[in-house]
Write a protein that binds this ligand. Structure first.
Ligand SMILES: [Zn+2]
Ligand SMILES: [Zn+2]
Length: 219
């Protein structure tokens, strides 16, 4: 078996991007449509209208903290960004996905697709195994993850962090294990980026530490 260094996390992997990183990307893609709906609702609230377009004159004065929403949902193209704050802000939601879709369509010789959220997510998910074999996969991963994180911050749906008290990291031996809800991992270490455990591995770790603790008390 030939081994690679995962493009994203540098762990040893049988695939160019490891199974964990691939599933994180798939999870992030799957979470984006819901975020888009939330963002759209936030914008409608910021506009103070029902989204019928007539209230768009209030766009120049959104409610505090809502500029980021407007920034993320539009403008439609990077070229039309004129405001200094917009330039340092997030790249618009659909623009980010459209850029990657164009790259996949071009490189794979596919029929171009509409700039439609569902169609774009479907395309990127359908070609995810191929994307994960490309050297630019880390850039894709970063942008999709940033898009998700920025959206989650605005919509206040960021994963909740729980400390896993009493469990030591198998690598650094610190009580620094946490669980995010939701997350594809059951546990990860706040110190060691490489320590990310699924449900099965986390259970084994706890069982081992319970055995060690019992042995220390009752040798
Ligand atoms: Zn990886
Ligand atoms: Zn650790």
């Amino acid at each position: 078996m030939r081994y690679f260094e995962c493009y994203v996390c540098s762990d040893q992997s049988e695939t160019k991007t490891c199974v964990r990183c691939t599933s994180r990307i798939r999870g992030a893609l799957a979470a984006l449509p819901e975020q888009f709906v939330w963002l759209t609702l936030s914008r409608q609230r910021a506009q103070g209208g029902g989204g019928d377009g007539r209230s768009s004159t209030r766009l120049h004065a959104p409610l505090p903290g809502r500029e980021d929403t407007l920034n993320l949902l539009g403008p439609a193209s990077r070229q039309s960004v004129t405001d200094a704050r917009d330039q340092v802000g997030s790249v618009p939601f659909l623009e980010t996905l459209a850029g990657w879709c164009e790259a996949v369509v071009y490189e794979r010789g596919l029929t171009p697709i509409r700039r439609d959220l569902t169609a774009m997510i479907r395309l990127l998910t359908a070609h995810l195994s191929w994307i994960c074999e490309q050297p630019w996969c880390p850039d894709f991963y970063e942008e999709i993850r940033d898009l998700l994180r920025t959206s989650q911050k605005i919509t206040m749906t960021e994963p909740v962090r729980q400390m896993l008290k009493g469990v030591m990291c198998p690598s650094c031996s610190m009580a620094s294990m946490v669980r995010y809800l939701p997350d594809v991992y059951a546990a990860r270490c706040m110190n060691c980026d490489s320590i990310r455990l699924d449900e099965h591995d986390y259970r084994l770790l706890v069982e081992r530490q319970v055995r060690d603790a019992q042995h220390a008390v009752n040798p």
